[in-house]
Design a protein around this ligand. Structure first.
Ligand code: NDP
Length: 332
């Protein structure tokens, strides 16, 4: 194979599923980009809970494989059919094939957007996957209207802190949940209307109190197994349960009758990929996110930085609920 970069680059690979110890730092060559790809020399990598699902094997991928979906950097080479990007462009992506944990790599060009001037590489690596997720959750899955009150779990997390600020920008009262007073205070200081400490308080009772018994039209739940029933009990009749993650384990064995008995509820289990299937949709969603960041309606909070070689430790911190906001992997 012809290699596009002179030297080998460092990347994380897994050969088997398991704990953080299966992450191995290896040296790899970066082949010349295919006609629809670009080669990116990366500047920062975003860490996401989904990376843990691929490591443990909850989500399946042939092995060995890389990890990670989100990063930023500079274009080093461009495939023959790529028109919208050129060498030297500052770019980012949040929904690529697995393999973002690397110093450099090839990515399909339709997944890559140019960075506006005001957005740093670190901010970009911290917000593409998470921010585009909030974009589709709030603007597509259920189109939020100013004045509505909603419930959003794990509000102090990576997706959570963007959600708090985006809801406020839309005039929506976001009731968040978090597992400590410190995390609750953080979510509140970033725009949550109220935050329930679900390690101590009864979520259904508090949501009833805060909404005068009305409950909410939509619940956004990335926690999964532990909050499934609570979330259903917080919904108005005909409300929508958006189950978008499994931080505590996946929701299984659901009897559909439960949706009838709790008030003709709707449920959806969305993914980012299906909401940004084309370059145009990816660009439109990114523009909306970048616009809110430029207007300072959303501040990208990077709570933790780890060097690439400590990606296992970074995942352990995320899985152990020890992080707030976004976590990024830094590159030399
Ligand atoms: P976070 O930074 O939000 O970290 C996860 C948080 O979940 C923890 O900090 C913790 O907050 C909470 N949590 C509750 N129970 C547990 C548990 N048993 N173990 C670990 N954490 C728990 O992660 P991300 O921002 O990366 O992702 C948030 C969720 O959104 C994940 O479920 C992820 O898979 C999902 N997601 C889904 C997408 C989609 O398109 N479907 C796209 C992006 C993310 P606390 O301590 O306050 O409870």
């Amino acid at each position: 194979k012809e290699f596009v970069l002179e030297n080998q680059v460092k990347a994380i690979r897994i050969e088997e599923n398991g704990g953080p110890e299966v992450l191995k730092l290896v040296s790899v060559g970066v082949p010349a980009p295919e006609k629809n790809e670009v080669t990116i020399r990366q500047k920062a990598v975003g860490l996401n809970f989904i990376d843990i699902y691929y490591r443990t094997g909850l989500y399946k991928h042939p092995l060995p494989c890389g990890l990670g979906f989100e990063a930023s950097g500079v274009i080093e080479a461009v495939g023959a059919d790529v028109r919208h990007l050129k060498v030297g462009d500052r770019v980012a992506y949040g929904q690529s094939p697995l393999g973002a944990y690397a110093e450099a790599r090839n990515v399909p060009a339709d997944r890559v957007v140019k960075l506006p001037k005001g957005v740093s590489f670190e901010q970009a690596a911290a917000m593409m996957l998470k921010g585009l997720t909030v974009q589709y959750l709030f603007r597509q899955t259920y189109r939020l209207q100013g004045g509505e009150t909603i419930l959003f779990h794990a509000a102090a997390g990576g997706v959570g802190l963007i959600a708090c600020q985006w809801a406020k920008a839309l005039g929506v009262k976001l009731i968040g949940t978090a597992s400590s007073p410190e995390k609750a205070a953080l979510a509140k200081s970033h725009g949550a209307w109220e935050v329930i400490d679900y390690s101590r308080e009864n979520v259904v009772d508090r949501v009833n109190e805060l909404t005068n018994g009305k409950k909410v039209p939509v619940v956004y739940d990335g926690v999964g197994k532990d909050t499934w029933l609570t979330s259903l009990d917080c919904l108005e009749p005909r409300g929508l349960m958006v189950s978008f993650g499994n931080a505590s384990g996946s929701v299984e064995g659901v009897n559909l009758g439960i949706l009838a008995s709790k008030g003709s509820l709707y449920v959806t289990r969305p993914t980012l990929a299906t909401h940004v299937p084309t370059r145009e949709k990816m660009q439109a969603a990114s523009d909306e996110l970048f616009g809110l960041v430029a207007k300072k309606k959303i501040d990208i909070i990077i709570g933790q930085r780890f060097p690439l070689e400590d990606a296992g430790q970074a995942q352990q911190a995320l899985q152990g609920r020890k992080t707030t906001g976004a976590t990024i992997l830094t590159l030399d």
